[in-house]
Structure formats: structure tokens, C-alpha cells
Design a protein around this ligand. Structure first.
Ligand code: AMP
Ligand code: MG
Length: 340
């Protein structure tokens, strides 16, 4: 090959490689009480990656406006102020509420969207933390019962003395909605970081699995990574929201039976699966169930994988993660037990 031909070939290859490497579009927003980062690689069909990413951001704000428990005029706020009357909600709220009620049932009530009065009593929504007395907790626990929530199409009825909160599933649902929205626009590679929820589309721009970090509960650094494609990775941890009083720590994930922080010896549960809503629901529910019951639940269902971290720094992974889970420095000496 002549010198000129070689130079031309190299130039064509260089242009092709830089042209083929998908461009990265990143946007950060604060929504649903957390920082979110949406990263889209490459352009869609008839839209640039930037436009797709911005359209996804607008969708987050729409969902937040409907699903927020604290925002006035949200559907959830309307339901909670309905005094037992039936209210009509938007399609997103109805869709998520319907799915959440199914997941409350599947988890035997470990997930219960009517825990809100208890969440409030502990001060987790306002930041005015307090430890409710035993009789107050008993009364609160008696009011937690998702089976009393009625949903017909977009009509919702919640008994007067009860209130709901979709906080345990809203970010997972947001991941599902955004992933579908981006795919519809022709986006084939994206990583959506929605607080403790990661939702991935396709593979990373190099065509490899995404490496998603799992946080160490106390140091805040990355304890481990899981390699995933087209999956959600959702963590519920007792270090995400908590307060201390008289030497005791109280966190935001409540056991619906006691209306008090779920104490099962776990510090975090990460759930990996295709549906963000289910992963989000299960990370909360498995935290409430604890390691043994959570492992049983995985054996019975098997359509997701999980990582359990205990307060003794023990790490348990479900069988399907054997090849895709690895510890990071300086935690590589820790033992990883596999649940079969
Ligand atoms: P997550 O961070 O997804 O585990 O969700 C925790 C949030 O869901 C809390 O901040 C509460 O608002 C709410 N919550 C707490 N315990 C429960 C529970 N057992 N079932 C449903 N929602 C809960
Ligand atoms: Mg959750």
C-alpha cells in the first residue's frame, strides 16, 4: 500500500472511530429528595441525545409532581387529604399504585404503602425526629393495612384514618418510565442514577456490561461492583436516612407489624432485576424480612438477584450473581457467602 493510501486509510479509520464512539450527554437534577444524574450515550431516532436526556428530565419532574407525598397538589397529597372520599388520580399514579399494591401482597405486607402515618410519627418526612411511645406505636401499627386501599382504574379510596406513601417504589418506577421513554426515542445506551437506584439501558458505550457500585454502609466508599446490562440495581440501606437518640439509631425503613425501624441485622439490601419498580419494592421488603426470610423469598421467586450486607460486615449474594459480583479494594479480603 502506498504512503498516501495508508494515510487516507488511517484518517478514515480515525474519523470512523471518533464518529462511531457515541457522544455522552449528562444532566444532573435534584428531584424526589435526591440528586439524580441521567447519562445518555449517542443520539436517538430524530432526536439528539441531549434532547432525549432533557425530555427524560422533564418526565422526572412530572412524576415528582404526581407522586410526592409532601408536595401540595400531588396525587398522593390529594389521596392523603381525602378523608376517606374517592379521588381521581393521573395515569402514572394509578399505574404505580396498582403495581405497588401487587408487590405489597407478594411480599406478605413487608412492603406496605400505608406505613406513612408511622413514617411521619418518627419524623422522617419533616426531619423533626422523635421516638414514639409504645402505645402510640401499637395504634400506628394497627392502621397499617394496604388491603384497605381501593383502586379502580384511576379512582382511589383510602380509609379516613390511613395515609399512603409511594416513597419505597417511586424511584424504581421512575427508572422504568425513563428507560421506556428513552428507548422509544431510539436511545440504546444510558445510565440513570436516581439516588440509591441505578437503571441501565443496554450496554455501556464500549459495548460491555455496566459496572454498578454497591456502597459500603459506614465508609460511604464502594464496597463491591455488580456487572449488569439492561437492569435496575436498587439499594435500601439503614444508613440512607436515620437519627440517633440516647445511643440508639433509628432508621427510615419500618416493619409494618411494629411501626418501628426494621431490625433484622441487615444494613443494606441491593436488588438487581429488569423491573425497577419491583427491585425498589423488594429492596425495601427484603430489608424488612431479614436474611433468612429474604433468601426464602428469592428461592421462591428467582426472577431477581440480591446482595445482603449485615451489621457484622457479612456479605451474602444470591446464586445468579456468582460471576458478576466482585469486592473492591480495600474489602477484597471479606468473605462472600452465596445463597443457593
Ligand atoms: P426505600 O428507600 O426504597 O427502602 O424506601 C424507604 C421509604 O419508604 C421510607 O423513607 C418511607 O417513606 C417508606 N417506607 C418505610 N418503610 C416502609 C415499608 N415497610 N413499606 C413501604 N414503605 C415504607
Ligand atoms: Mg425501595
Amino acid at each position: 500500500m502506498g504512503r498516501l493510501a495508508k494515510v487516507l486509510l488511517c484518517t478514515v479509520l480515525a474519523v470512523c472511530l471518533s464518529g462511531c464512539a457515541p457522544k455522552e450527554y449528562t444532566g444532573q437534577i435534584f428531584a424526589m429528595d435526591t440528586f439524580m444524574q441521567l447519562t445518555v450515550y449517542g443520539d436517538g431516532e430524530g432526536v439528539t441525545g441531549q434532547q432525549a436526556m432533557q425530555s427524560a428530565q422533564s418526565r422526572v419532574y412530572e412524576l415528582e409532581a404526581a407522586l410526592s407525598v409532601t408536595r401540595e397538589n400531588s396525587d398522593v397529597h390529594k389521596i392523603n387529604g381525602s378523608c376517606g372520599q374517592t379521588v381521581t388520580v393521573g395515569e402514572d399514579t394509578a399505574a404505580l399504585l396498582g403495581r405497588a399494591l401487587e408487590l405489597c401482597e407478594q411480599t406478605g405486607g413487608a412492603l406496605d404503602i400505608t406505613a406513612y402515618p408511622a413514617v411521619q410519627a418518627w419524623g422522617f418526612t419533616t426531619g423533626a425526629h422523635r421516638v414514639p411511645a409504645g402505645d402510640e406505636l401499637l395504634e400506628l401499627s394497627e392502621k397499617i393495612d394496604y388491603t384497605r386501599v381501593k383502586l379502580e382504574e384511576t379512582a382511589v379510596t383510602v380509609p379516613n384514618e390511613m395515609q399512603i406513601d409511594l416513597g419505597a417504589v417511586a424511584k424504581g418506577y421512575t427508572g422504568d418510565v425513563l428507560a421506556a421513554h428513552l428507548r422509544e426515542m431510539g436511545i440504546q445506551s444510558a445510565c440513570l442514577s436516581l439516588g440509591g437506584n441505578i437503571h441501565t439501558i443496554g450496554t455501556n458505550p464500549k459495548g460491555e456490561a455496566w459496572r454498578v457500585g454497591i456502597q459500603h454502609p459506614t465508609t460511604g466508599g464502594a464496597l463491591a461492583v455488580v456487572e449488569v446490562t439492561d437492569k435496575a440495581v436498587v439499594t435500601s440501606g439503614n444508613y440512607q436516612r436515620y437519627f440517633e437518640e440516647n445511643g440508639e439509631t433509628y432508621w427510615h425503613i419500618l416493619d409494618p407489624d411494629t411501626a418501628s425501624p426494621a431490625r433484622t441485622g441487615l444494613v443494606s439490601v441491593t436488588v438487581i432485576g429488569t423491573e425497577g419498580t419491583r427491585c425498589d419494592a423488594l429492596s425495601t421488603a427484603l430489608f424488612v424480612m431479614g436474611l433468612d426470610e429474604g433468601s426464602e423469598f428469592w428461592r421462591a421467586h428467582g426472577d431477581f438477584e440480591a446482595v445482603f450486607v449485615t451489621d457484622e460486615e457479612e456479605i451474602y449474594i444470591t446464586g445468579g450473581l456468582k460471576d458478576s459480583f466482585s469486592l473492591l479494594e480495600p474489602y477484597q479480603e471479606l468473605e462472600v457467602r452465596v445463597i443457593e
